[in-house]
Design a protein. Structure first.
Length: 247
């Protein structure tokens, strides 16, 4: 669908340049296409791993792995991290949602406090130049038996390995964040820090805290009129997460 520019200016907690995004936009914005590698779509990688990275696509979804991956500095396994981030045109004065499908294949060790071998960032500041960045409290961790916030303020028990699940992060009123799993409310917090950048992958070099997972398309919806009060699961879109062509 055509994407129109929103003309209302807004103030962010952190002043950032939205490179390649053309300013704040409304409607649905494809942030990631699972049929292509992230770096081919403007995603920036943060990693200490030996290249080529263990990131592949089967034409529908991406699969990322850090289990057994070697660290470049010493050629040893266990402490490699690989995660991608990208600027997005969010309007924090209204609301937005981020929807993606994800299946965990294996977690070598469960997450630690503020660290995870499989994670999704809905708000990420990379200005410090460190590999982990932050706010790490807002990170969503993925273990084999649960998801939760990075600061342990919320946890939702589930089997993340059985199939692709639809995850929807919805932010309302600038600071109220909710995470839905297949349309069911799983996590929430009221201290969201609005930064127009998202990320996913393995963001820790803790020994053995690694994982392997597949992720489908990431779709951002920034027009509040298009957001349902409770997201519905994308059953027919898992995988792939793109809509079927019209007949």
């Amino acid at each position: 669908m055509p994407i129109g520019k929103v003309t209302i200016q807004f103030t962010l907690v952190t002043v950032l340049l939205l490179t390649g995004c053309g300013g704040v936009q409304s409607g649905q914005i494809p942030a990631l296409n699972g049929s292509q590698l992230p770096e081919e779509q403007g995603w920036v990688v943060s990693t200490n791993a030996v290249r080529p990275l263990d990131v592949v696509t089967n034409g529908s979804v991406l699969t990322l792995n850090t289990i057994g991956v070697l660290r470049a500095i010493d050629q040893l396994p266990g402490k490699a991290f690989v995660w991608f981030y990208k600027d997005m045109p969010f309007d924090f004065q209204t609301e937005f949602s981020i929807e993606f499908t994800l299946q965990v294949h294996k977690v070598e060790q469960p997450h630690n406090f503020l660290d995870s071998g499989i994670m999704f960032y809905g708000s990420i500041d990379t200005s410090a130049g460190s590999f982990a960045e932050g706010p790490r409290s807002h990170m969503i961790f993925f273990d084999e038996d649960a998801i939760g916030w990075g600061d342990e303020t919320g946890r939702f028990a589930m089997d993340t390995t059985d199939k692709f699940h639809t995850y929807t992060l919805k932010v309302e009123g600038e600071k109220f964040a909710k995470v839905y799993v297949d349309g069911k409310l799983a996590l929430q917090r009221n201290d969201w820090v609005g930064i127009p950048r998202i990320g996913f992958g393995d963001m820790t070099n803790d020994d053995g805290v690694n994982g392997k997972f597949s992720i489908g398309d990431i779709i951002v919806t920034s027009d509040p009129r298009l957001l349902p009060s409770q997201p519905a699961p994308r059953r027919h879109l898992i995988p792939p997460s793109r809509r079927a062509p019209s007949r």
